[in-house]
Structure formats: structure tokens, C-alpha cells
Design a binder for this molecule. Structure first.
Ligand SMILES: [Fe+2]
Length: 196
């Protein structure tokens, strides 16, 4: 498959079970990742805001994690790099920021996500192209300068569906006003054939 895409909704994949969702600690307010590398970004005049960006906290938390990995292998695929929860709090860690800033992920080319909390009514996933650059970027590329970016795609939510994201396209989460929490299944460089 060509890597020239931003995201795809995979409607045919099964919803996570309620038993699995019930194992999530929705009250957790992590200040660090405990898996992977955490991007720390500064926003420059991002819709009028300059300062630290919102941060995504990827977390491996038991007992959820073991149940999640078992569920993935049974229902989605056995061919993945790792899995986790991702917490993004809309305020408290970066007052006034409503964006995570545009970035390519550090450790993976693709991720399959399912939003359990959306981050508020207006929260969306946005995809960007830096002026003068290719759409697909090296890993760990970051850009917090709003003026250097052109919006190429965006999607509200998404809700009640697994979505595959190309994390080498610069992307950000926008307009987060409350907890955004999703399930994540990472793929290093290849998307398993059974998903496509
Ligand atoms: Fe990301």
C-alpha cells in the first residue's frame, strides 16, 4: 500500500469490549510517558497562542495492559510493535494551549487508535504539510510554528471506530478541552496485511 495517506477509518475492526474499557483508570493524570519518547513542543502563534504545547502521555498500565494485548492478538493482529493507552489532558499541564503541536512520531510509522474519550466536542486530529517540505517526514520531525504549516486534512473525533494514522505525516490534536484518551496499537514500518 502507498504511504501517501493521512488516516483511514477501519469500520470492519471490532469495537473494544466493555470488560476491557472497564479496566482503564480514567482518573489518571500522568505527567510522563512510561513507554516510548515524549515529545515536548513549543507553539509559536498557534491560533494566537505562544507557549508550551499540550502533551500526549503514552502509558502502559496494569491490569489494563495485559488484557489489552490479549484482546489485540485475538481480535486485531499479532503483528504489532507495542500497545498502550494515550492520555491527553486539555488543561492543567499547558494552560491556554489547545494543540499538541505538529509532529511526526519518534518510534513508529503507523498507529491504530480508538478514542475512548474524545477531548471535548471540538477536538480533532489534524494533518499538516510544512511549506516547502514533502508530506511524509523523517521520524521525530516537529513544527510548532503555525505560519510554516498548511492544513492538509482533519477529522473530528473520530468516534466508535478504529482509525489508522500515518504518523510520518505531521499531525496534531486540536481543540482539546477535556480528557482525550485512546487505545493505541503501534506498527514500526509495516501495516499488517490483514488490516488492509
Ligand atoms: Fe503523534
Amino acid at each position: 500500500m502507498s504511504n501517501q495517506f493521512t488516516y483511514k477509518l477501519l469500520h470492519y475492526l471490532p469495537h473494544p469490549s466493555q470488560e476491557l474499557i472497564d479496566l482503564i483508570d480514567f482518573k489518571l493524570q500522568p505527567e510522563q510517558n512510561n513507554i516510548s519518547t515524549m515529545g515536548k513542543r513549543e507553539l509559536i502563534n498557534w491560533r494566537g497562542y505562544t507557549g508550551p504545547a499540550l502533551r500526549n502521555m503514552r502509558r502502559v498500565e496494569e491490569p489494563f495492559q495485559s488484557a489489552f494485548d490479549a484482546w489485540i492478538k485475538e481480535n486485531i493482529t499479532t503483528q504489532y510493535q507495542n500497545s498502550s493507552l494515550m492520555y491527553c489532558h486539555g488543561s492543567g499541564f499547558a494552560n491556554g494551549a489547545t494543540s499538541t503541536g505538529a509532529h511526526a512520531d519518534f518510534t513508529r510509522d503507523y498507529v491504530l487508535m480508538y478514542n475512548v474519550r474524545h477531548g471535548g466536542e471540538d477536538a480533532e486530529l489534524a494533518f499538516w504539510q510544512e511549506k516547502g517540505q514533502e508530506l511524509i517526514r523523517e521520524r521525530a520531525t516537529q513544527c510548532g510554528n503555525y505560519e510554516a504549516l498548511e492544513l492538509v486534512d482533519s477529522v473530528k473525533g473520530p468516534s466508535n471506530v478504529w482509525y489508522l494514522t500515518n504518523t510520518r505525516v505531521l499531525h496534531s490534536t486540536e481543540n482539546v478541552s477535556e480528557l482525550r484518551l485512546n487505545l493505541q496499537i503501534s506498527f514500526d514500518t509495516d501495516i499488517p496485511a490483514e488490516l488492509l
